[in-house]
Design a protein. Sequence first.
Lengths: 419, 419
Amino acid sequence: MGKKNAFYAQSGGVTAVINASACGVIETARQYPDAMGKVFAGRNGIIGALTEDLIDTSEEPDKAIAALRHTPSGAFGSCRYKLKNPDENRGEYERLIEVFKAHNIGYFFYNGGGDSADTCLKVSQLSQSSSVPIQAIHVPKTVDNDLPVTDNCPGFGSVAKYVAVSVREASFDVRSMAKTSTKVFVLEVMGRHAGWIAAAGGLASDARTKIPIVILFPEVVFDKDRFLARVDLLVKQFGYCTVVVSEGVKNPNGTFLADQGLKDAFGHAQLGGVAPVVASVIRDNLKLKYHWGVADYLQRAARHIASKTDVEQAYAVGKAAVELALAGKNSVMPTIVRKSTRPYVWEVGAAPLEEVANVEKKMPGTYITHDGFGITDACRDYLTPLIQGEDYPPYKNGLPDYVTLKNVAVAKKLPEFKL
Amino acid sequence: MGKKNAFYAQSGGVTAVINASACGVIETARQYPDAMGKVFAGRNGIIGALTEDLIDTSEEPDKAIAALRHTPSGAFGSCRYKLKNPDENRGEYERLIEVFKAHNIGYFFYNGGGDSADTCLKVSQLSQSSSVPIQAIHVPKTVDNDLPVTDNCPGFGSVAKYVAVSVREASFDVRSMAKTSTKVFVLEVMGRHAGWIAAAGGLASDARTKIPIVILFPEVVFDKDRFLARVDLLVKQFGYCTVVVSEGVKNPNGTFLADQGLKDAFGHAQLGGVAPVVASVIRDNLKLKYHWGVADYLQRAARHIASKTDVEQAYAVGKAAVELALAGKNSVMPTIVRKSTRPYVWEVGAAPLEEVANVEKKMPGTYITHDGFGITDACRDYLTPLIQGEDYPPYKNGLPDYVTLKNVAVAKKLPEFKL
């Protein structure tokens, strides 16, 4: 029985540290040349597997692979493509297994969130009933921090750090300007279903550096009057305040606050964000000067201010995925296990994919203060370790020296497959 | 003749490094205790002088003053308050001189942009005809980079670095997603009159790291068809592209592109930014998936990724201001003089305020490519040295350890003054 090659793919929205997981997978595989063959990456995620568009990572020198650890985004391309249920489209799964067979692939490492955990589980189940057994290991990644079992998700800690740092900096700015100018700064952050990222904004204020912050969570229905009263009070008390608003905040009628049906002067629909809506509410009702920002991709791509803890964990789950595979495990996901909060001690565990797939971890109700606008000490205790440490990328000519791989294609062996 | 005290104030929009200039002023003044008395800071800029709301910086320990070097924003508060012409409101200037006299102030250090240089000049002129001679020194600061004589303005280099780094990171993100999702990322940056900050976005792409970037400068009238053709071409060629748009971009009819007269479903006016407008244009005409961000205050407050060159220059102009004052100079501004670009060599010079006040430095036409969407090599040569080097702040518990001063008030001696 010859050694098997491995397949690795990135799925869904990328993060500042998903490449650190790729680095962990590839560097670890390279440490076991007798047990594991080449690592083939899917170009643009699972689409690369379906279309047999594989990248031969063995063409990359060690130095380039090492540089993945400090490079944000998905080095092989990601995709938003959810495989259907095997009952609905068994062909896709059969094609995957066919491609894996053609390229002697025995390990499937899928780096993504909840959807990809589900895909990973199905690939594992189907392969077991085929002549091509595949060990499927899910590598956790999501800025949304919504995977179950694992204490936290690689990718989240760095967004959390970016948001906490940015909120502190912008708040200092507003504080300086408040006497004659801007009194409220509104920052929109990601999080359509869960307020984890918005919650991180609350870390900007602590015992040494008090900042008046109002957080609008997607978990809490927007109550305009109570919100305005809170902002008004803080501005009267501190002279200014900062609002961190999650993109997913909803009106009492269940619609997104961002969805205002905006039309320009000619009646054309315009894109809005939720930050300008919140700023408009403040202007119209409190007549306060405001500024607003929308961090969007900047927050999840900000490798320059990544959390060292997050980088280490992202690498560790990639490394563990290969080690689990070599230990004969299948249908599992490496997890982050918190052993202690003070001091923060963590280790890598493993969870069966049955427990991970299709389960969304919500932010506990005990993490939001009773007034709905802040984070509790329990939330602070949970979040604080995740943003610890800096792990600066190298710089060249004033800019981060991020790697772009060669991404050499593996020769195709199969007929074309239509997506 | 006893030694005189000094007055220092921060004016206009704050930056990541204006406090480094404050640090330069105060630390240098402390080195000459026999020649210069206390440094009093204006609380909220010049308003602090008019209302006799002075801060006694001698109450701050050396360590707190040193920490200003790595703390963004205006530590004493800034303001947007332009003194009128002495012909229109001589009372304000007389009040300033009265306050300076009451507190034995002989040095006026004003840290700001073009407007404050003008105020500084007028204070100097008026004081010379009064019984209270004041040496007025302007300390340059502006993210807009529009002061004349000086090669560049402290504050700009750090915004430039933030924008260049962020554009590189977000572009890597879009590149990863482009196969099935986002193909264009639009980032709105500051710059109402000049495209200096937008130009810095162009640095994200260089010989080693090619990124397709379209820049929309306020200097170039928005031409929708040419813009769409350019985006379309780049997306076809590279699979994705990034648009950096200056807030000041204008329509052919002279109105701001951002000003679309947006109304919500109920007909209420809504705040817009220019990024969502540009994204709408792309969506409606090219049917491409997009994301957009608005950096707003994040860009000018981002001390965590400040340019080391900028920090050093900000400190140096503060230091030079005190040295110029002690050398008996009046009505001058320390400048940054570029001695050489490769290698970058700079020194501090001095310019008479007559040459600085009311002159706005535009971006040279030779810095924008013929098609109007990019930066030339000349622009690159100018900008690149300004983003060199990192100067990370210290971190505590995962967050930058920025200082908040005690800001102890000086006892008032004069009757109240109504603004």
